[in-house]
Design a protein around this ligand. Structure first.
Ligand code: SF4
Length: 289
Protein backbone atom coordinates (compact mmCIF):
# COMPACT_ATOMS: atom_id res chain seq x y z
CA UNK A 1 0.00 0.00 0.00
CA UNK A 2 1.72 3.05 -1.25
CA UNK A 3 0.86 6.69 -0.54
CA UNK A 4 1.85 9.96 -2.08
CA UNK A 5 1.74 12.48 0.78
CA UNK A 6 -0.01 14.60 1.82
CA UNK A 7 -3.15 12.51 2.11
CA UNK A 8 -6.52 13.89 3.27
CA UNK A 9 -9.81 12.22 4.17
CA UNK A 10 -13.01 13.34 5.88
CA UNK A 11 -13.15 12.77 9.68
CA UNK A 12 -15.83 10.11 9.21
CA UNK A 13 -13.39 8.03 7.12
CA UNK A 14 -10.89 7.74 10.00
CA UNK A 15 -11.22 3.95 10.10
CA UNK A 16 -11.37 3.42 6.35
CA UNK A 17 -8.78 1.82 4.14
CA UNK A 18 -7.43 4.73 2.06
CA UNK A 19 -6.72 3.79 -1.54
CA UNK A 20 -5.13 6.06 -4.14
CA UNK A 21 -6.95 5.87 -7.45
CA UNK A 22 -5.83 9.39 -8.41
CA UNK A 23 -3.28 11.90 -7.14
CA UNK A 24 -4.19 15.52 -6.46
CA UNK A 25 -7.29 17.39 -7.57
CA UNK A 26 -8.65 17.99 -11.06
CA UNK A 27 -9.55 21.57 -10.18
CA UNK A 28 -6.90 22.66 -7.63
CA UNK A 29 -7.94 26.32 -7.87
CA UNK A 30 -10.25 26.97 -4.91
CA UNK A 31 -8.77 30.07 -3.31
CA UNK A 32 -8.83 28.72 0.27
CA UNK A 33 -7.50 25.22 -0.44
CA UNK A 34 -3.88 24.16 -0.06
CA UNK A 35 -4.50 20.43 0.15
CA UNK A 36 -3.09 19.40 -3.21
CA UNK A 37 -0.99 22.40 -4.24
CA UNK A 38 2.09 20.16 -4.16
CA UNK A 39 0.56 17.52 -6.44
CA UNK A 40 -0.20 17.55 -10.14
CA UNK A 41 -3.43 15.71 -10.94
CA UNK A 42 -2.78 12.19 -12.21
CA UNK A 43 -4.84 9.09 -12.70
CA UNK A 44 -3.12 6.17 -11.00
CA UNK A 45 -2.45 3.19 -13.28
CA UNK A 46 -5.07 0.48 -12.72
CA UNK A 47 -2.52 -2.31 -12.27
CA UNK A 48 -0.94 -0.41 -9.35
CA UNK A 49 -4.35 0.15 -7.76
CA UNK A 50 -5.15 -3.55 -8.07
CA UNK A 51 -1.77 -4.49 -6.56
CA UNK A 52 -2.50 -2.30 -3.54
CA UNK A 53 -5.95 -3.85 -3.10
CA UNK A 54 -4.41 -7.32 -3.17
CA UNK A 55 -1.85 -6.34 -0.54
CA UNK A 56 -4.53 -4.69 1.63
CA UNK A 57 -6.71 -7.79 1.40
CA UNK A 58 -3.84 -9.77 2.95
CA UNK A 59 -3.11 -7.21 5.67
CA UNK A 60 -6.67 -6.05 6.48
CA UNK A 61 -9.10 -8.75 5.30
CA UNK A 62 -11.88 -7.45 7.60
CA UNK A 63 -12.00 -4.01 5.94
CA UNK A 64 -15.56 -2.63 5.86
CA UNK A 65 -14.99 0.88 4.57
CA UNK A 66 -12.79 2.20 1.77
CA UNK A 67 -12.09 5.81 0.85
CA UNK A 68 -10.77 6.54 -2.63
CA UNK A 69 -8.01 9.19 -2.78
CA UNK A 70 -7.36 12.02 -3.70
CA UNK A 71 -9.38 15.23 -4.08
CA UNK A 72 -11.90 14.20 -6.72
CA UNK A 73 -11.85 10.45 -7.32
CA UNK A 74 -15.33 10.70 -8.84
CA UNK A 75 -13.68 12.40 -11.81
CA UNK A 76 -12.60 8.96 -12.98
CA UNK A 77 -14.82 7.56 -15.69
CA UNK A 78 -17.24 4.81 -14.77
CA UNK A 79 -15.12 2.53 -16.95
CA UNK A 80 -12.13 3.22 -14.66
CA UNK A 81 -14.08 3.06 -11.41
CA UNK A 82 -15.93 -0.22 -12.04
CA UNK A 83 -12.88 -2.55 -12.05
CA UNK A 84 -11.62 -0.89 -8.85
CA UNK A 85 -14.98 -1.34 -7.10
CA UNK A 86 -15.26 -4.91 -8.36
CA UNK A 87 -11.77 -5.71 -7.07
CA UNK A 88 -12.63 -4.17 -3.67
CA UNK A 89 -15.79 -6.26 -3.48
CA UNK A 90 -13.82 -9.44 -4.21
CA UNK A 91 -10.95 -8.56 -1.85
CA UNK A 92 -13.05 -7.64 1.19
CA UNK A 93 -15.95 -9.98 2.04
CA UNK A 94 -17.31 -7.56 4.70
CA UNK A 95 -17.12 -4.45 2.50
CA UNK A 96 -19.92 -2.13 3.51
CA UNK A 97 -19.23 1.11 1.68
CA UNK A 98 -16.84 2.94 -0.61
CA UNK A 99 -16.63 6.74 -0.59
CA UNK A 100 -14.73 9.61 -2.18
CA UNK A 101 -14.61 13.36 -2.50
CA UNK A 102 -16.96 14.19 -5.36
CA UNK A 103 -16.96 17.48 -7.24
CA UNK A 104 -20.28 18.45 -8.82
CA UNK A 105 -18.97 18.39 -12.39
CA UNK A 106 -17.62 14.88 -11.84
CA UNK A 107 -20.94 13.60 -10.53
CA UNK A 108 -22.79 15.30 -13.38
CA UNK A 109 -20.47 13.72 -15.96
CA UNK A 110 -22.14 10.39 -15.13
CA UNK A 111 -25.53 9.23 -16.32
CA UNK A 112 -28.20 8.11 -13.86
CA UNK A 113 -27.51 4.53 -14.97
CA UNK A 114 -23.79 4.93 -14.28
CA UNK A 115 -24.46 6.36 -10.81
CA UNK A 116 -26.77 3.43 -10.09
CA UNK A 117 -24.09 1.01 -11.31
CA UNK A 118 -21.51 2.56 -8.96
CA UNK A 119 -24.00 2.36 -6.09
CA UNK A 120 -24.63 -1.29 -6.90
CA UNK A 121 -20.88 -1.85 -6.45
CA UNK A 122 -21.06 -0.25 -2.95
CA UNK A 123 -19.96 3.25 -3.85
CA UNK A 124 -22.40 4.78 -1.39
CA UNK A 125 -21.07 8.08 -0.05
CA UNK A 126 -19.72 11.21 -1.75
CA UNK A 127 -18.30 14.28 -0.03
CA UNK A 128 -18.96 17.59 -1.73
CA UNK A 129 -17.51 20.92 -0.62
CA UNK A 130 -20.24 23.47 -1.29
CA UNK A 131 -18.49 26.02 0.94
CA UNK A 132 -21.08 28.70 0.15
CA UNK A 133 -24.54 28.80 -1.35
CA UNK A 134 -24.02 32.43 -2.36
CA UNK A 135 -23.30 32.68 -6.11
CA UNK A 136 -21.09 35.75 -5.69
CA UNK A 137 -18.96 34.01 -3.07
CA UNK A 138 -18.92 30.83 -5.15
CA UNK A 139 -17.40 32.80 -8.05
CA UNK A 140 -14.95 34.61 -5.79
CA UNK A 141 -13.55 31.43 -4.25
CA UNK A 142 -13.27 29.87 -7.77
CA UNK A 143 -15.21 26.78 -6.78
CA UNK A 144 -15.30 25.47 -10.31
CA UNK A 145 -18.96 24.50 -10.37
CA UNK A 146 -22.06 26.65 -10.10
CA UNK A 147 -24.55 26.51 -7.25
CA UNK A 148 -27.11 24.98 -9.63
CA UNK A 149 -24.66 22.27 -10.70
CA UNK A 150 -23.91 21.43 -7.09
CA UNK A 151 -27.60 21.15 -6.20
CA UNK A 152 -28.22 18.93 -9.22
CA UNK A 153 -25.18 16.75 -8.44
CA UNK A 154 -26.34 16.10 -4.88
CA UNK A 155 -29.90 15.38 -5.91
CA UNK A 156 -28.91 13.04 -8.75
CA UNK A 157 -26.37 11.13 -6.66
CA UNK A 158 -28.87 10.69 -3.84
CA UNK A 159 -31.59 9.61 -6.27
CA UNK A 160 -29.18 6.82 -7.28
CA UNK A 161 -28.79 5.84 -3.60
CA UNK A 162 -25.41 7.51 -3.04
CA UNK A 163 -25.55 9.47 0.23
CA UNK A 164 -24.04 12.90 -0.03
CA UNK A 165 -22.17 14.74 2.69
CA UNK A 166 -22.07 18.47 1.96
CA UNK A 167 -19.68 20.85 3.66
CA UNK A 168 -19.94 24.63 4.10
CA UNK A 169 -17.26 27.05 5.30
CA UNK A 170 -18.14 29.63 7.94
CA UNK A 171 -16.38 32.90 7.23
CA UNK A 172 -15.38 32.11 3.65
CA UNK A 173 -17.29 35.14 2.30
CA UNK A 174 -15.46 37.51 4.62
CA UNK A 175 -17.26 40.18 6.58
CA UNK A 176 -18.98 42.00 3.73
CA UNK A 177 -21.01 39.09 2.41
CA UNK A 178 -21.32 37.16 5.63
CA UNK A 179 -25.11 37.44 5.93
CA UNK A 180 -25.81 36.70 2.24
CA UNK A 181 -23.43 33.74 2.41
CA UNK A 182 -25.08 32.26 5.49
CA UNK A 183 -28.69 32.66 4.33
CA UNK A 184 -27.92 31.33 0.85
CA UNK A 185 -26.00 28.37 2.28
CA UNK A 186 -29.02 27.38 4.39
CA UNK A 187 -31.24 27.73 1.33
CA UNK A 188 -28.92 25.59 -0.80
CA UNK A 189 -28.72 22.92 1.92
CA UNK A 190 -32.54 22.95 1.75
CA UNK A 191 -32.54 22.53 -2.03
CA UNK A 192 -29.99 19.71 -1.85
CA UNK A 193 -31.60 17.91 1.10
CA UNK A 194 -28.34 16.01 1.74
CA UNK A 195 -28.04 13.04 4.08
CA UNK A 196 -25.22 14.84 5.90
CA UNK A 197 -24.41 18.54 6.15
CA UNK A 198 -21.58 20.14 8.04
CA UNK A 199 -20.04 23.52 8.77
CA UNK A 200 -16.34 24.11 9.25
CA UNK A 201 -14.63 27.45 9.87
CA UNK A 202 -12.36 28.89 7.20
CA UNK A 203 -8.67 28.94 8.08
CA UNK A 204 -6.50 30.76 5.53
CA UNK A 205 -3.41 28.70 4.74
CA UNK A 206 -0.12 30.26 3.59
CA UNK A 207 0.41 29.80 -0.13
CA UNK A 208 -3.26 30.17 -1.04
CA UNK A 209 -4.87 33.18 -2.77
CA UNK A 210 -7.15 33.61 0.26
CA UNK A 211 -4.14 33.97 2.54
CA UNK A 212 -2.65 36.56 0.17
CA UNK A 213 -5.96 38.46 0.31
CA UNK A 214 -5.91 38.32 4.10
CA UNK A 215 -2.35 39.63 4.22
CA UNK A 216 -3.21 42.43 1.79
CA UNK A 217 -6.32 43.44 3.72
CA UNK A 218 -8.71 42.37 0.95
CA UNK A 219 -10.28 39.67 3.12
CA UNK A 220 -11.34 39.90 6.75
CA UNK A 221 -11.63 36.96 9.10
CA UNK A 222 -14.78 36.97 11.20
CA UNK A 223 -14.77 37.42 14.93
CA UNK A 224 -16.19 34.50 16.96
CA UNK A 225 -19.56 36.27 17.47
CA UNK A 226 -19.86 36.92 13.72
CA UNK A 227 -19.07 33.26 13.02
CA UNK A 228 -21.80 32.20 15.45
CA UNK A 229 -24.29 34.44 13.67
CA UNK A 230 -23.43 32.75 10.34
CA UNK A 231 -23.98 29.36 11.96
CA UNK A 232 -27.30 30.51 13.40
CA UNK A 233 -28.49 31.86 10.05
CA UNK A 234 -27.50 28.65 8.27
CA UNK A 235 -29.45 26.49 10.73
CA UNK A 236 -32.40 28.89 10.62
CA UNK A 237 -32.58 28.73 6.80
CA UNK A 238 -31.97 25.00 6.43
CA UNK A 239 -35.25 23.18 5.80
CA UNK A 240 -34.53 19.54 5.04
CA UNK A 241 -36.34 16.25 5.43
CA UNK A 242 -33.73 14.19 7.28
CA UNK A 243 -30.16 15.46 7.58
CA UNK A 244 -27.46 14.74 10.11
CA UNK A 245 -26.00 18.17 10.75
CA UNK A 246 -22.58 18.68 12.31
CA UNK A 247 -20.56 21.75 13.19
CA UNK A 248 -18.18 19.98 15.52
CA UNK A 249 -15.01 20.16 13.44
CA UNK A 250 -11.86 21.21 15.30
CA UNK A 251 -11.91 24.55 13.46
CA UNK A 252 -15.26 25.58 14.97
CA UNK A 253 -15.77 27.81 18.00
CA UNK A 254 -18.92 26.01 19.13
CA UNK A 255 -19.04 22.25 18.56
CA UNK A 256 -22.66 21.27 17.94
CA UNK A 257 -24.54 18.61 16.04
CA UNK A 258 -27.91 16.96 15.67
CA UNK A 259 -30.60 15.88 13.26
CA UNK A 260 -32.53 18.31 11.14
CA UNK A 261 -35.35 19.10 11.29
CA UNK A 262 -35.87 17.30 14.65
CA UNK A 263 -33.16 19.15 16.58
CA UNK A 264 -33.55 22.58 14.96
CA UNK A 265 -34.83 24.35 18.08
CA UNK A 266 -32.21 22.81 20.33
CA UNK A 267 -29.42 23.77 17.91
CA UNK A 268 -30.72 27.33 17.58
CA UNK A 269 -31.11 27.66 21.35
CA UNK A 270 -27.54 26.43 21.89
CA UNK A 271 -26.13 28.90 19.36
CA UNK A 272 -28.16 31.75 20.85
CA UNK A 273 -26.99 30.85 24.36
CA UNK A 274 -23.41 30.97 23.09
CA UNK A 275 -24.12 34.35 21.49
CA UNK A 276 -25.29 35.63 24.90
CA UNK A 277 -22.06 34.34 26.46
CA UNK A 278 -23.77 31.57 28.44
CA UNK A 279 -21.69 28.83 26.78
CA UNK A 280 -17.91 29.05 26.52
CA UNK A 281 -16.39 28.93 23.06
CA UNK A 282 -13.40 26.80 22.17
CA UNK A 283 -10.23 28.79 22.78
CA UNK A 284 -7.88 29.24 19.80
CA UNK A 285 -5.44 26.77 21.39
CA UNK A 286 -8.05 24.00 21.22
CA UNK A 287 -9.35 24.76 17.73
CA UNK A 288 -6.74 22.51 16.15
CA UNK A 289 -5.36 25.35 14.04
S1 SF4 B 1 -12.08 21.00 -5.44
FE1 SF4 B 1 -11.65 20.42 -3.30
S2 SF4 B 1 -9.57 19.58 -3.30
FE2 SF4 B 1 -9.84 20.66 -5.23
S3 SF4 B 1 -9.02 22.71 -4.89
FE3 SF4 B 1 -11.22 22.81 -4.46
S4 SF4 B 1 -11.44 22.37 -2.26
FE4 SF4 B 1 -9.34 21.76 -2.87
Amino acid sequence: MRYREPVFRPPSEARSYLLHVTYGCTHNRCTYCAMYLSKKFEVRPLDEVLEDIEEASRQMPDTRKVFLLDGDAMSLSTKRLVPVLEALGEAFPYLHRVGAYANAVSVLSKTDEELAQLRELKFSIGYLGLESGDPETNAKIVKGSSIEEQIEAVRRAQAAGIKMSVMALLGVAGRERSREHAIATGQVFSAMDPRFASCLTVTPVPGTPLYADLEAGRFQLLEPDETLEELRLIVEHTHVTGTIFRANHASNYLPIGGRLPADRERLLQTIEAAQRGEISLRPESLRGL
